[in-house]
Structure formats: structure tokens, C-alpha cells
Design a protein around this ligand. Structure first.
Ligand code: GFB
Length: 311
């Protein structure tokens, strides 16, 4: 179990995942949360990270800092996705070990699995086939992070765990149309199309790929449970256990927002993997379950978008 006064460093606390973790930890009474703004600590800077850990010596580390993006950003900038993620995770994981962190939680991604993995995807599918080309660089970085945590566990007995979330959405998501993931992009596009009274909404790809969407607050509750109860170097999936097609997602978002124009498909944009549904049996067996149905989560995220973004 975690002590409520233990010093917990949340790397990436301004991002969608990090900020959800802070909300969750605070609501559960954790009182010694450590954060650093990017302007004060650049996690890509090896010596700055080592100095920070030497001074602060957090007992628990949650590595939610990463360069992330949707299918287009991943496809356009493989160099940055590979290099920046390797740098951040190498620095944080090594310093956490060298300065005595007793537990570390590394956040990976469902894109670590092969493009044509069996569905739902069990944890054992890791490294069993070729990756999806649009996000291979990001996936390779995340796989390297998993392997580094496992190496510290095997060689030094470190309690470093790796958690693989499915596609996420929620408050503090990125709403930039070039770099965002699909759910945030379509929320913004439908909102703006409604405002302009457009007759159509352009959606990328064919609409056929299927994705599983988990609200980030559900991920945060799973991470706190795993910090308290899961001590294995074997990776563990986090998802809601259900997927929908991109077409169905677009229709759902249009319903929530009240946009009634046509959907038009932009076939010049990639589809990515045909399906990405995680097998979450391992997590469910620990007693966790998701609590936010997709439609409610979309409505709540739209409220957040209206208050914080669309001003
Ligand atoms: O969310 P998304 O960018 O990520 O795209 P991935 C999912 C699907 O939605 C793709 C389609 O088939 C897109 O073509 N889509 C339709 C759109 N309209 C849009 C739009 O306006 N914007 C975007 N972004 N997509 C990412 C990976 O893959 O998922 C990352 O590249 C990471 O590495 C992340 O793993 C979770 O699910 O395809």
C-alpha cells in the first residue's frame, strides 16, 4: 500500500494523464505530491533530471511525461517521437532507481502491440509481430521503456511497473487539429462546424477502424490501484473492454454536440491499425472497473472544452 504522506513525483503533471493523476491522488488524500513545470525541469536533460532526483528523492515516481500525438503527428515526426521519449524515460527511470525510488509506474500505450494482434489484445502479444507503421517510432520508444523497467526489476530487484492504456480522452486533451487524437479533434471539428452552420464534417480515413476509448479519470483510478496492489514487472493493460468504429464515434460526437450535417471521409489520411481493443482480464481480476460510459465522458469533455478551450 502507499502511505498518504509518501513523496510521489508525477512527471508530466500538466498533461491530460498527469493532471488526472494529480486530481485522483489529491482526492484520495495523498498530501505529498511533487511536480515540476517544464520551464523549471526539462526531463530530456540528463544532468538536470539527476540533480532533481538527488535533491528530492521521491519515494514513488509516476512517469506520465511523454511526447504524444495522434496518427498524423506520429506519422510526420518519427524522429521527435523516438528521441524525446527515449530521453525522458531513460533519464527518469535511471534517476528513480539511483536515488532510491521504491516504486515507479511507467505509462506505455496500446500501440506497442503488433498491427495485426489478436483482438482483444492480451499482454502476451508484445513483440509477437510487426508494428503499425504510422506510430512505429513512438511504439519502439515505449517498448524500450518497458524493457528498461523490466531490466531494473530483473537485475536490481526494482519495483518498476508498466501500464498500457488504450486510447484516452478527457480534460486537458490536445485539441490542435493537426496533432490531436481523433476524439478531441472531432469534438472541436463538430463544435466549429455547428457554429458555422456547415453542411458537412470532414473525418479522416475510411471510418472503418475500431478503437477503444477510456476516460482519463478511469485510467487515473486504475493507476492508483496498480500502484497500491500490483508489483510485477509484467505489463498490464488498462481499457474499458469495448470498442466502436470511427464512424460510430463521429456520429456519437455529432449527437452530443448537436451537429446534424453530413460526414465526409478524407481518404488521403491514414486509417492506422484496423482494430485496437485491449484484453483487460488481468486488471479486472484485481477488482477494478471503469466508471465513465463513453457518451457521458464525451459530454463531460465537451463541457470542459467549452469552458477552457473554446472561449
Ligand atoms: O486517434 P488517432 O489519431 O490515433 O486516430 P490512433 C484514430 C483513427 O481516427 C484513425 C481517424 O483511423 C484516424 O484516421 N480519424 C478520423 C482522425 N478523423 C480524425 C481526426 O480529425 N484526427 C485524428 N487524429 N484522427 C495513435 C497513435 O493512433 O493513438 C499513437 O498514433 C498512440 O501512437 C495513440 O498510440 C493512442 O489510434 O490511430
Amino acid at each position: 500500500m502507499l502511505d498518504k504522506s509518501e513523496k510521489i513525483f508525477v512527471a508530466g503533471h500538466r498533461g491530460m494523464v498527469g493532471s488526472a493523476l494529480i486530481r485522483r491522488l489529491e482526492s484520495e488524500g495523498f498530501s505529498n505530491l511533487l511536480v515540476r513545470d517544464r520551464s523549471k525541469l526539462d526531463l530530456r536533460d540528463e544532468s538536470a533530471v539527476a540533480k532533481f532526483f538527488a535533491e528530492e528523492k521521491p519515494a514513488v515516481v509516476i512517469l506520465a511525461a511523454a511526447k504524444v500525438g495522434g496518427i498524423k503527428a506520429n506519422n510526420d515526426f518519427p524522429v521527435e517521437f523516438l528521441l524525446e521519449n527515449l530521453r525522458i524515460q531513460n533519464n527518469v527511470i535511471r534517476s528513480a532507481y539511483e536515488h532510491g525510488a521504491r516504486k515507479l509506474l511507467f505509462l506505455g500505450s496500446s500501440c506497442i502491440y503488433p498491427k495485426l494482434a489478436p483482438q482483444p489484445i492480451p499482454e502476451t502479444a508484445l513483440l509477437s509481430g510487426p508494428l503499425e507503421p504510422t506510430n512505429e517510432a513512438y511504439a519502439i520508444a515505449k517498448i524500450a521503456g518497458i524493457k528498461l523497467c523490466q531490466a531494473y526489476a530483473r537485475q536490481h530487484g526494482a519495483n518498476f511497473i508498466s501500464v498500457m492504456p488504450t486510447n484516452l480522452y478527457g480534460p486537458n486533451d490536445n485539441f490542435d487539429l493537426e496533432t490531436s487524437h481523433v476524439l478531441a479533434a472531432l469534438l472541436r471539428k463538430a463544435h466549429e462546424a455547428k457554429g458555422r452552420k456547415d453542411s458537412e464534417l470532414i473525418v479522416w480515413g475510411s471510418g472503418k477502424p475500431r478503437r477503444e476509448f477510456l476516460h482519463v479519470d478511469d485510467l487515473a483510478s486504475a493507476c492508483v490501484l496498480l500502484l497500491e496492489q500490483y508489483d510485477s514487472p509484467e505489463i498490464i493493460n488498462v481499457g474499458c473492454g469495448e470498442d466502436i468504429s470511427i464512424r460510430e464515434l463521429a456520429e456519437l460526437i455529432c449527437d452530443v454536440i448537436g451537429f446534424d450535417g453530413e460526414l465526409t471521409w478524407d481518404a488521403s489520411k491514414p486509417d492506422g491499425p484496423p482494430r485496437k481493443l485491449l484484453d483487460v482480464t488481468k486488471l479486472l481480476d484485481l477488482g477494478w472497473k471503469p466508471s465513465i460510459p463513453l457518451q457521458d465522458g464525451i459530454a463531460q469533455t465537451y463541457e470542459w472544452f467549452l469552458t477552457n478551450y473554446a472561449r
